[in-house]
Design a binder for this molecule. Structure first.
Ligand code: ADP
Ligand code: AMP
Length: 218
């Protein structure tokens, strides 16, 4: 099964991805996380990506597509993948189709988690992430058991540098302009599924997992 999870920044893609990958044995590919790791490691690609990420802008398609292509070509992707944060433009969606075709894979669904802008701002500005394993928390909506410590690996929690109010507003504007048009692309292919992301984490997951179960049984 090859699934895309899409939606605006802060909708809950990463939160849902943690459960989806575990329950359905999917490999989680988050382009945002690949970039954050590259920034941490100080690679050339990380330095280039950081220039865009700090401003809330998209990293250019030629960089992102190359990374995803290389990642999808590795043998561990054969059992199924969950793409999180990619594609993010119509051009990336078209490039993904080509890569998938070359690798004899196909997308089974593009699941969009939808949340209104006011709630997205609340979610993003209160988000905390584990420095060690990348697990996501929220100060109010999904706090860790011990303040600032990851429940899973005891790693330290931090606030992403692009989760400040000004960068969040820019990222939401970029989403509306560059990513929203992609919905039509997947609607035309009959792959688009919209989920109400304003519900609780458990409620959102029960809707998503029901879809994945249906795909699995097809
Ligand atoms: P994305 O990957 O789409 O950017 P995240 O999964 O990181 O979003 O979620 C953004 C923030 O919102 C996190 O702090 C997360 O804990 C919180 N969150 C995720 N889903 C929900 C939900 N259904 N209700 C309330 N808060 C949520
Ligand atoms: P995310 O973790 O998905 O919120 O992504 C964080 C940042 O990484 C984004 O604001 C972009 O700068 C960059 N990024 C992640 N995925 C992509 C993508 N598919 N295309 C372009 N830029 C991306």
């Amino acid at each position: 099964m090859h699934v895309i999870i899409m939606g605006p920044p802060g909708a809950g893609k990463g939160t849902q991805a943690e459960r989806m990958t575990k329950d359905f044995a999917l490999l989680h590919i988050s382009t945002g996380e690949i970039f954050r790791n590259a920034v941490k490691e100080g690679t050339e690609m990380g330095k280039k990506a950081k220039e865009y990420m700090d401003k809330g802008l998209l990293v250019p398609d030629e960089i992102v597509v190359g990374i995803v292509k290389e990642r999808l070509s590795r043998p561990d992707c054969a059992g199924g993948v969950l793409l999180d944060g990619f594609p993010r433009t119509v051009e990336q969606a078209e490039a993904l189709d080509e890569v998938m075709q070359d690798l004899n894979m196909k997308i089974d669904a593009a699941i969009s988690v939808d949340v209104n802008e006011e709630e997205l701002i609340n979610r993003l500005t209160g988000r905390r992430v584990c420095r060690n394993c990348g697990a996501t928390y929220h100060l109010k909506f999904n706090p860790p058991k011990v303040r600032n410590i990851c429940d899973h690996c005891s790693g330290e929690l931090y606030q992403r540098s692009d989760d400040t109010i000004d960068t969040v507003k820019e990222r939401l504007a970029v989403y509306n302009k560059q990513t929203l048009p992609m919905i039509e692309y997947y609607q035309r292919k009959n792959l688009f599924v919209s989920v109400d992301g304003s519900q609780s984490i458990n409620q959102v997951y029960s809707v998503i997992s029901a879809h994945l179960q249906k795909i699995k049984e097809q």
